[in-house]
Design a binder for this molecule. Structure first.
Ligand code: NDP
Length: 238
């Protein structure tokens, strides 16, 4: 097991890509700190991890509760004194539509979850990642961040802003043991994808379990690139 004894935090661990990645990290020996709002999803994840012989700590938390992100960092410091891996995966699609038709509250929520929460995670967890001998952070983005596709403006703009935060953080970590990268999974069979593309046949898409090994690889001490934008297709087979 490549992650034996390591501590990994996964946001958006209640379903989809985050949940599959959390299971895969635990299967490699990491203790997973699983963050999301849906307690049922977190509990199912915990059952599956325990059945497979792994361990997790569940953190039911709305990432829009920014002070709670600060408290989470303090709690991790108290218990482990460090964080070895951060998978900043949680995200929302918002609403697809012309920018002029988007409700301000929809835009604000996407900004809060996709951007501000990730800045607050960096602010809260950076000292803990630096205390690891090989801290790893991966921010899950999307092709929408760079494609500027009509009707995808809320999602695309917030993912672009998140990438800017991640690459800036990577530059700030250049001379440390912390490596920070951006990962774009590509179309994956999840609830978010079904909401974005309701007419699509889900069976035609790869699963979150297909994507998870690439994330384990990117979060492992052996992965030493920093500041890269990595597409799933580049890592297939990992
Ligand atoms: P899902 O909608 O299936 O899962 C999203 C996760 O984010 C859930 O666990 C959800 O948990 C969590 N989340 C959302 N809002 C909050 C919040 N306010 N507080 C805490 N957690 C929150 O999406 P995917 O698994 O598809 O997406 C995972 C990542 O991959 C996202 O960043 C997405 O943008 C990206 N992505 C996905 C693609 C795809 O095709 N699926 C393609 C490209 C990128 P809960 O609701 O329980 O809080």
């Amino acid at each position: 097991m490549t992650l034996e004894g390591r501590v990994a935090l996964v946001t958006g661990a209640s379903r989809g890509i985050g949940r599959a990645a959390a299971k895969a990290l635990a299967a490699e020996g990491a203790h997973v700190i699983a963050v999301a709002r849906t307690v049922g999803g977190l509990e199912e994840l915990d059952d599956e991890i325990q059945k497979a012989g792994g361990s997790a700590t569940l953190v039911p938390l709305d990432l829009k509760d920014f002070p709670a992100i600060d408290r989470l960092g303090a709690a991790i410091f108290e218990r482990w004194g460090r964080l070895d891996a951060l998978l900043a995966n949680a995200g929302v699609l918002g609403v697809l539509g012309p920018l002029g038709h988007i409700e301000p509250k929809t835009f604000q929520e996407a900004l809060d979850v996709n951007v501000t929460a990730n800045y607050r995670l960096i602010r809260s967890l950076d000292p803990l990642l630096r205390r690891s001998d090989a801290g790893r952070a991966v921010f899950v983005s999307s092709g929408a961040a760079i494609k500027h596709t009509a009707f995808w403006g809320v999602y695309g703009a917030t993912k672009a802003a998140m990438e800017s935060l991640a690459f800036t953080y990577a530059a700030e970590c250049a001379s440390t043991n912390v490596k920070v990268n951006v990962f774009s999974p590509g179309p994956t069979r999840t609830a978010m994808r079904a909401k974005a593309m309701p007419g699509e046949e889900p069976e035609t898409l790869k699963t979150a379990e297909d994507v998870a090994p690439a994330l384990v690889n990117l979060l492992s001490p052996s992965f030493v690139e920093n500041g890269a934008r990595i597409e799933f297709s580049q890592m297939a087979g990992s």
